[in-house]
Design a protein. Sequence first.
Length: 476
Amino acid sequence: MYRFPAYIDLQGRHVVIIGGGGAALRKARLMLAAHADVSVIWPDIEPDTRKELDGQVSIIAREPVDTDFKSARLAFIAIEDVDAARRWAGVARDAGALVNTVDDPELCDFNTPSIIDRGRLTVAISTDGAGPVFGRALRSKIEAMLPERADALLEFASSYREAVKGKIAWDDRRSFWEAFFVGPIAAQVLAGDKKHAHEAMLSVINGKEEKTKIGIVHIVGAGPGDPELLTLKAFRIIQSADVILHDRLVSDEILALARRDADRLYVGKAKANHAVPQEKIEERMIELAREGKIVVRLKGGDPMVFGRGGEELDALRAAGIRAFVTPGITAATGCAASAGMALTHRDYAQAVTFVTGHAKDGGESSGDPDLDWVALASLKNTLVIYMGVGKAGTIASNLISNGRAPATPVAVIENGTRENEIIIKGSLGELTSLIDAGGIAGPALIVIGDVASLAQGKTLQNLATQSSTPQERHVA
């Protein structure tokens, strides 16, 4: 360790900044965030610096004098003149201030690290000036892992500190707080549900065990498959889970982000093969939550777009379980972007319609989808069909018989955004031939409309050429 990290209370304390340019402005922003009493002193205060700081700090447009540093806790020297910087650093130090001289580490009593500010939670990263860019990169990664409401959680915990002291024995307090910060009450605070968090906390403190076993359920969208398309919130919630119930559309790479001690329960569905009936999934989530667990129902794409997230949310609410939804990138937008096409390209389509390709009570190969084919065929915009591979022939036939041109472009995207992604394109009239030739089995998305011609995929001709030279393809 080259420097000892310490946090200094600057509220109402005098801080002097020598300089009037961009460097001085950046230091002033930091000090204002720490609620310091700031003076910016220099003959030439740049207009942008003056405009931003006016009314927030004491701006003194003149040469500094020795008495300016009287009672200063910190001093920042942010000027380019090396000799002047050294002189004022010495004056400030003689007055008892700790000194930071911009771009001159040898003159610094302290440095300013890369800072993550979450109110009471502050993370500082320093490379001792050896690699500030690396420090900023680390800050970005750490910041992505921290919940936005971390400060609210700390405030919540702080408000109960005295109550915990009064109710819980000294020897048990550490384990109490360790359990609290990774438990369902903290999860409720982080989700913004302070009302029920307070109720649960009071039950715990007062020893009402029957009320402490209620956990929480997060219904989370995992996106189309690429783990880098997870939202920051989804990533954080996955890592907080005690148990994850996931479907077959969730990639192994995303599941690998979970804690190693988290239970993973597969509840996926395939064509006409429901590994776990929907009612049983809902019952299992309720049971786990009543055991006091943080439960994550992890779904491919967005849970509220053909993901039955709405049904699960209704069941959880009816059972009195606190539940929250974290959206994800739905398959339509993720797969379209991966295929290089815009669903609403202004030259081709100004609207998009999402429909499901299977019946309500079955998989893709169950009964025909109950859709308004006349209305769908009359659309001149983009039509996106989820889970439609098993009924592709029926879909194409119904659209064409109701007026959609057989030459209408289509694109089929299997395992969109993943390494094993397959993209094929052609016309509506050859949809089943495309799926057969491409070996598409699902999960796949069907895009119908002029924008599909923009997809970066293989055509029937490409597939025929490929299949006619199996040895070359094997060698490749």
